[in-house]
Design a binder for this molecule. Structure first.
Ligand code: SIN
Ligand code: CO
Length: 370
């Protein structure tokens, strides 16, 4: 971690006093930061097919929201106040991926992505809150942030984006390049560009219970097979043919009580759910792929590194990569944990034959490179 990132706090102190509790402003968090992208390169990213981009513009409180991919002409000769936001910049820009790694003091399981915005002077996306923990790192230019811990999170219903109806600023600052503001989820904020402005948002997902439940039920459904079929050989004549009888309710309740899950099912669900690639992410298998022998020789010499798009998490002996689960032998676990933590593994000495063939499978899938 860059020593200035948390303004003199250790990661432990930050987690204890600020994380999910209160905002933190850090002046000079990343000294000299801000030059990796500018207006043209951000617009170019927003125009590429593999980017997830949005354009948010307003003129006299008339708001417009559009989703990409865009064409360069979409950004030319605009008279309104516009912002272009590009998600997943960590997948598009190697420095973006490196920046995310500076935030390794938060578990990878919480990490979402790096978003970059470019705004013209006076533009912003309106006062709102996010369901994310976010570090807002100022790139080029300046942004005037106003924030509030207000509990009134009602939204306007007359605009096509989430804007608070009653935003009452409690604190404000102008952030300059390299300054950073941490905000816990649901903390109201409004950032307005002072001159041309670029903001880099390092976001950490804090999933709503509803979303977890939906994902869990999908997961469970795919892995549960209930035997048998509804049967009523003892059916009694009902007074009302339209009534759903008690015997039917009891029998179906018994059938459904066979749906079983426990803590390890929850663990497996989390592993696959959290590493599931986003819909627009796809992997490119090597063409042509090295043979196993050549791959291991190369990997022993150079080490291996995960593809920036790959997500590798583990829990005990289980490793989860891009929505897939695999059990790893005790002997191979330590090396693979290092690969998961640091996203690269320079020394393959600790790996046995099974571990190496797992790496080879992942290489063939395009999940890692040697
Ligand atoms: C922006 O970069 O324009 C918005 C970031 C945010 O408010 O979350
Ligand atoms: Co926000």
């Amino acid at each position: 971690m860059i020593s200035t990132l948390l303004g003199g706090l250790t990661a432990k102190e930050f987690l204890r006093d600020y994380w999910q509790k209160k905002p933190l402003l850090v002046r000079g968090a990343v000294p000299g930061f801000g030059d990796w992208l500018d207006r043209d390169s951000t617009v170019a990213l927003a125009c590429s097919d593999d980017a997830e981009a949005r354009l948010i513009a307003n003129a006299d409180d008339e708001w417009e929201v559009r989703r990409g991919p865009f064409e360069p002409k979409d950004f030319k000769r605009r008279k309104d106040l516009w912002t272009v936001l590009v998600q997943g910049v960590n997948l598009l820009l190697p420095q973006g991926d490196a920046l995310l790694r500076e935030f390794d003091f938060i578990p990878h399981a919480r990490l979402d992505d790096l978003m970059v915005s470019y705004a013209v002077d006076g533009a912003g996306v309106g006062p709102h809150f996010d369901n994310y923990d976010v570090f807002l790192l100022q790139g080029r230019g300046k942004r005037h942030w106003r924030i509030s811990q207000q509990k009134d999170l009602r939204l306007r219903d007359d605009v096509p984006l989430k804007i608070l109806s009653h935003f009452k600023s409690e604190q404000d600052w102008v952030l300059e390049p390299g300054d950073m503001l941490y905000l816990p989820p649901q903390y109201a904020h409004d950032g307005v560009a002072v001159g041309e402005c670029m903001t880099w948002s390092i976001g950490f997902r804090a999933a709503p219970a509803q979303e977890l439940m939906e994902g869990f039920l999908d997961y469970l459904q795919e892995r549960t097979l209930l035997p048998g079929r509804y049967a009523d050989p003892d059916l009694k004549l009902q007074k009302h043919p339209a009534e759903i009888g008690n015997a039917m309710i009891d029998q179906v309740a018994d059938m459904l009580s066979e749906i079983k899950w426990n803590r390890s099912v929850v663990r497996d669900f989390l592993g696959t759910y959290l590493t599931e690639p986003k819909p627009h992410v796809y992997f490119e298998p090597p063409q042509p792929a090295l043979s196993f022998a050549r791959f291991t020789a190369k990997a022993r010499k150079n080490g291996v590194c995960l593809d920036p798009k790959a997500q590798l998490l583990f829990a005990g002996k289980l490793f989860f990569i891009n929505g897939e689960e695999c059990e790893v032998d005790a002997a191979d676990r330590e090396a693979l944990r290092r690969l998961a933590d640091y996203r690269q593994l320079s020394d393959l000495a600790g790996l046995g034959e099974d571990g190496l063939s797992l790496l080879y499978d992942w290489y063939c899938d395009g999940f890692l490179q040697a």
